[in-house]
Design a protein around this ligand. Structure first.
Ligand SMILES: Nc1ncnc2c1ncn2[C@@H]1O[C@H](COP(=O)(O)OP(=O)(O)OP(=O)(O)O)[C@@H](O)[C@H]1O
Length: 258
């Protein structure tokens, strides 16, 4: 018997009026996977991630975390169960520094209130964790600068650090390198590549270099349906995927179930 996937959807559906943004999606993400979700604009990637994280409630189907149904749980309940995400659009507190931002996230997770920096040293474990996060995500050199003035690449790194501070079992990265200048992209790639192996990662990304460098499994969504799924080699060789990305007709390709 194959192991229970850490995150799974069964016949997941989302309709917005007449638009079917997710159509019968059976997605299965293995524990520890580096799984990428790709597809053309409007394919339904963000809708799917929003359902996985509880931002949107599905019109039909189920979502399971470690085999337990979480379909209708709120986002904060899912964070507590171990699903964290970054957002496609930068949503940080511009006036806080990275130290303050991470301190807030850790305090929130620990339920210890937000006064850790007012009495230095009273919560050494929080301070140690902030230091480790700053180091891991290349933020130590800017830790006391206002987030709003940081280079965009650093802001995106802080977003990932913030999601990671929730101690997720599953981390959803929604286009972490979008909008980041070429010169800063390698830092994002290194941070993503350096995530611990026991954290399962689902990456939504348009940049195929990043996808094929990072992923051990790729799901392709087209028109809300899971179209092709496989290893990077299988997906790269699949003529239907080439057709989608070259903008050719899809009519010859039948959707493939996971
Ligand atoms: N709140 C909404 N109301 C109505 N239609 C929506 C809503 N959100 C998404 N859609 C539609 O659902 C479809 C899927 O959109 P979605 O944003 O999930 O695609 P995507 O693959 O993430 O696209 P992109 O790569 O451009 O971000 C699109 O046709 C979109 O217009």
């Amino acid at each position: 018997m194959s192991p229970v996937p850490v995150l799974e959807t069964r016949r997941l559906e989302k309709r917005f009026g007449g638009i079917v943004a997710s159509n019968d999606v059976n997605l299965s993400i293995a524990r520890g996977a580096r799984h990428a979700l790709i597809g053309p604009n409007g394919a339904g990637k963000t809708t799917l991630v929003n359902m996985l994280t509880g931002v949107l409630k599905p019109s039909g189907g189920e979502i399971l975390l470690d085999g337990k149904e979480i379909t209708m749980l709120d986002p904060h309940q899912r964070v507590r169960l171990g699903i964290a995400r970054t957002f496609q659009i930068n949503q940080l507190f511009a006036d806080l520094t990275p130290v303050e931002t991470l301190g807030l996230a850790i305090s929130e997770r620990l339920g210890t209130g937000t006064h850790f920096w007012r009495v230095p040293g009273t919560r050494p474990e929080v301070v140690d964790e902030i230091a480790a996060l700053l180091e891991r995500f290349g933020l130590a050199d800017v830790m006391h600068e206002r987030t709003g003035v940081l280079p965009y690449g650093k802001q995106r790194l802080l977003e990932i650090a913030l999601a990671f501070a929730c101690r997720p079992r599953v981390l959803l990265l929604d286009e972490p390198a979008a909008g980041v200048p070429e010169a800063e992209r390698h830092e994002i790639l290194a941070a993503v590549a350096g995530l611990p192996a026991d954290v399962t990662v689902l990456l939504i990304e348009h940049d195929m270099d990043i996808v094929f460098t990072f992923a051990d499994r790729i799901s392709v969504l087209v028109n809300g349906q899971l179209f092709v799924e496989g290893t990077p080699d299988e997906v790269a060789r699949d003529p239907r995927v080439k057709a989608v990305y070259l903008g050719e007709s899809l009519e010859s390709g039948e959707p493939v179930d996971a």
